[in-house]
Design a protein around this ligand. Structure first.
Ligand SMILES: CC(C)(COP(=O)(O)O)[C@@H](O)C(=O)NCCC(=O)O
Ligand SMILES: [Mn+2]
Length: 866
């Protein structure tokens, strides 16, 4: 039933720009009309580079052709709901993906091969002014290498490098990240990462401290408005240079790694060394405070070789980090700045370095100023160079337009390339197989230990001793691919979008992470079986199934090791990651057959259910309908406990059993309030809801015997109903694309549903002859379907499809159904309209934590409009 949407086409071949048949789309008068490339099947790209002394950072944008406008059903729905494309037909932002990739500068050739194989240099095309790629193609680049290697780029790729000022780029990159990415900035204190939500309207001024070989301190006052106010020659180069002289280390990372095992007390003179182990409390210095970096070495009769390289490295790291922290603080003080962002290659996500800098800022400012770090800090320059394209298409980008994805495998890792660039899925799987066979880095279960701390006040030696420093290659996992989706919007009925947090469970609590890690690991083989079976169980499907399992395990292991590795990450993200990972290995709908089978079985008994309902009083019917939704929510192939149940009986048997067990009061029971709102109490006749949005969950009994009968009741009462379903499959959830067929079947047994579906344009065949504007002639309130814009079992109301956002404006009732959408996410969310949250809790631990109950307890929570 569910054909894969066209936008999920398989990208395999190299992008070749096919400009034949190019045409301006829509209004020619418009300033920046979009250009349609009817024959362009793959990516169109922009590329920008930051070529530093040790690393080349690459940012490129790829744009997929958008076929979504051709959907007949969507067009008719838009007409019916009066959603015009008029003012947003041509989105100011281009949909596409922003990729982040790194190479070592000494492997420049690999970088050139990569660019060439993906034809990124040929995509340096201005989509608006429509300059086709030619011999004069240019690439924007910053960093010293833009000068040093310009000739090589011309020779190898035939492109000219357009050099951009490094400082301009840093600032443009930082401004873009801080405005467009929700949790880009974070603090790092005593081993704990805390993501910070920056208020766009209160961003400036800030101090940007870029720690490269040397250090620049830049006061940023706005876009393109900044001043380099200070700097220091004691920076990353000093650490590496002195470190090399003193320890014979071969690389910066090796030196940093050594520091992890170091003890600086052997080298540094501490206050306690001077005061016989005592604090100098009169001026607030503890015994462990460093009085003089390297000071202890002067009073001992030791040779340099008597000192351990580990200890030297740590002393050096602390000396330089504190010094930078102190100078930064003084400059912040000088200009009255509270926020200091640190970036540059010296930091490279190293926990101890960040802790040390944070401590210094905190210490000197007495807690008044805050050191912050950026997830994409390594890409500031390259991003800035990208922004310097005259029309980069990212000007109006907002956080809700961006979705970060973490595809597996080079070169998609947003980091170092392991081997040659990958062309297609087959190469990717081979790479995965090799990578996994070669080492166990990404599959081995990682020891579960809480993140290390740096000890009291950051002045003790690091207790994270023994943890391995993540190499740059694996740290690269931290940066995903940014999907730019201009059709996403904030759900307008959120009571307070600023404080809205979708996730109910906080995964930064290590025991939670551990628990869900285990649940998802245990569910892996079942999901792989279903996925492989959905593709006919072929050898190719089995191979992809294995690759999926490896990839998802690798993600889990990475997150166990560093819960904040992918930014602010909740249970909803974890569940979505699994779906994305399935799609990455081209399992478009793993539960396809199961869903079909269950839809059919449920549709077969629908008529009986409707007859039974119709014989009841209004009040009894309403209760029975809610019971029906809760009971049918038991059909959930994502819950281990439920999957066990399915071995014990047929769908209808389980459904009947589940209904029979319904006992009020439910664990959370707001039914009486809901009933009163709908039916009124005493003589009072309440106002009928105008439009209800029903966020549906699973296929089969859940939609057919649960949500559809509820929708029917609302329709019968004169409320317009919009069924809101997933855009893409997730577990056994029903998708928006599948619903019309289900409704058409159901309508065969029910006049109310048939009329409503016809009025809503759901029965395409029946509505073929309906003229525009004829909708009003229908006596029935319409039943419609809108997609939510996502492919996950959960829902983040900060990023929903723009059509949903448009229809929500007139809605006065929201029904959220299922564990994913009403418990894991949105349990605590408040809306501007009446809200009903319905779910069966199919997990013992969640039942205990959330509602102090037990598995299979039910939640019926009614919240009147805020
Ligand atoms: C994935 C789910 C959120 C889907 O539940 P639904 O929204 O369909 O009610 C849920 O099945 C779940 O949390 N499963 C994992 C927990 C478990 O297996 O116990
Ligand atoms: Mn579900």
């Amino acid at each position: 039933m569910a054909a894969a949407p066209k936008s999920m086409h398989r990208s395999s071949s190299r992008p070749q720009l096919d400009v034949s048949g190019a045409a301006i789309q829509g209004n020619l008068e418009e300033r920046d009309p979009s250009i349609l490339l009817p024959n362009q099947s793959d990516d169109i790209s922009h590329l920008a580079l930051d070529i530093g002394g040790s690393l080349i950072k690459l940012v490129y944008f790829s744009r997929h052709a958008d076929h979504s406008n051709n959907d007949k059903r969507k067009k008719s729905l838009k007409e019916r709901l009066g959603i015009s494309n008029g003012n947003r037909r041509s989105y100011p932002i281009l949909g596409g993906r922003l990729h982040f990739v790194k190479f070592e500068t000494r492997k420049l050739n690999e970088c050139l091969d990569f660019i060439s194989s993906k034809q990124l240099h040929r995509g340096g095309i201005d989509l608006h002014t429509w300059h086709s790629p030619d011999d004069n193609a240019i690439i924007k680049a910053t960093g010293g290498g833009a000068y040093k290697f310009a000739d090589l780029f011309k020779e190898r790729l035939g492109v000219s490098i357009d050099k951009e000022d490094e400082m301009d780029c840093l600032v443009a990159g930082a401004n873009f990240l801080l405005k467009a990415i929700r949790h880009e900035a974070f603090t790092h204190m005593e081993g704990q990462k805390e993501f910070v939500q920056i208020d766009h309207n209160d961003l400036f001024p800030y101090l940007l401290v870029n720690i490269g070989s040397g250090v620049s301190m830049i006061k940023v006052d706005g876009d393109g408005s900044f001043q380099r106010v200070s700097g220091t020659n004691v920076g990353g180069g000093t650490y590496w240079g002195l470190g090399r002289l003193l320890t014979k280390c071969k690389s910066f990372d090796e030196l940093l790694e050594l520091s992890q095992r170091g003890d600086n007390r052997v080298i540094d003179m501490l206050v306690g060394d001077i005061y016989g182990g005592m604090d100098y409390s009169k001026i607030g210095l503890s015994a462990s405070t460093i009085a003089s970096s390297f000071g202890k070495t002067i009073s001992e009769n030791k040779e340099p070789s008597d000192y351990r390289p580990e200890d030297i490295s740590l002393s050096l790291l602390r000396m330089i980090s504190y010094n930078i922290g102190q100078i930064s603080y003084l400059n912040a003080l000088r200009y009255g700045i509270k926020r200091i962002f640190f970036g540059g290659f010296f930091i490279r996500g190293h926990a101890y370095t960040m802790d040390t800098i944070s401590f210094a800022i905190h210490f000197w400012s007495k807690g008044q100023a805050q050191a912050m770090f950026l997830r994409h800090e390594g890409f500031l320059g390259a991003l800035g160079a990208f922004m310097s394209y005259e029309k980069h298409g990212l000007d109006d980008l907002m956080a809700h337009h961006l979705v970060e994805r973490f595809p597996m495998g080079a070169p998609y890792m947003g980091g170092m390339i392991h081997g040659p660039p990958l062309g297609d899925l087959n190469e990717k799987i081979s790479w995965m197989e090799k990578f996994v066979r070669k080492g166990t880095e990404i599959t081995a279960p990682v020891p579960m230990c809480p993140p290390g701390t740096t000890g009291v006040g950051g002045f003790e030696r690091p207790s994270s001793k023994g943890d391995t420093l993540r190499s740059d290659a694996s740290a690269a996992f931290n940066v995903g691919v940014l999907h730019l989706v201009p059709t996403l919007e904030v759900f307008p009925l959120l009571a307070d979008p600023k404080t809205y947090e979708p996730n109910t469970i906080n995964l930064s609590d290590h025991s939670e992470l551990e628990y869900w890690f285990t649940v998802l690991s245990e569910h892996m083989s079942d999901i792989v079986d279903k996925a492989v079976a959905s593709e006919g169980g072929t050898d190719d499907a089995k191979r992809r199934g294995d690759a999926f399992a490896h990839a998802f395990s690798a993600h889990l292991a990475r997150l166990m090791e560093e819960p904040a590795a992918y930014g602010k990450f909740g249970l909803a993200n974890l569940l979505e990651l699994r779906e994305e990972c399935l799609r990455e290995f081209q399992f478009m709908d793993a539960y396809k057959t199961i869903k079909q089978r269950e839809n059919e079985a449920s549709l077969a008994v629908l008529q009986d259910l409707l007859m039974e309902l119709d014989s009841m009083s209004e009040e009894a019917r309403l209760l029975s309908l809610i019971e029906g939704v809760l009971a049918a929510n038991i059909f959930d192939w994502g819950s281990c406990a439920c999957v066990d149940l399915y071995h014990k009986g047929t769908i209808i048997e389980i459904y009947r059993m589940s209904r029979k067990k319904m006992r009020r009061p439910w664990r959370v029971d707001g039914f009486d309030n809901f009933k009163e709102r709908l039916l009124g109490s005493g003589d009072e006749k309440p106002k009928t809801h105008k439009r209800a949005l029903l966020f549906v969950d699973n296929s089969g009994a859940d939609i057919v015997l649960g949500m559809l009968p509820l929708a029917r009741e609302l329709l019968r009462r004169g409320t317009e109903v919009i069924l809101v379903a997933n855009s893409l499959p997730a577990l056994n959830d029903v998708t928006a694309m599948e619903i019309p067929e289900i409704v058409a079947e159901a309508a065969k047994h029910c006049d109310i549903l048939r009329k409503a579906a016809e009025a809503g344009g759901l029965l395409v065949d029946a509505m073929v002859n309906i003229q525009d504007g004829a909708v009003e002639n229908y006596a029935s309130a319409p039943l419609m379907v809108v997609e939510n814009g996502c492919g996950s079992p959960c829902l983040d109301f900060r990023q929903v499809n723009s059509e949903l956002a448009a229809v929500a404006k007139d809605a006065d009732l929201v029904v959220l159904e299922g564990m994913g959408r009403a418990l894991h996410t949105n349990f605590n969310a408040r809306f501007k309209c009446d809200t009903l949250k319905l779910a069966m809790v199919k997990n013992q631990r969640l039942a205990e934590k959330l509602v102090q109950g037990n598995i299979f307890d039910c939640v019926c929570r009614f919240e009147p409009a805020v």
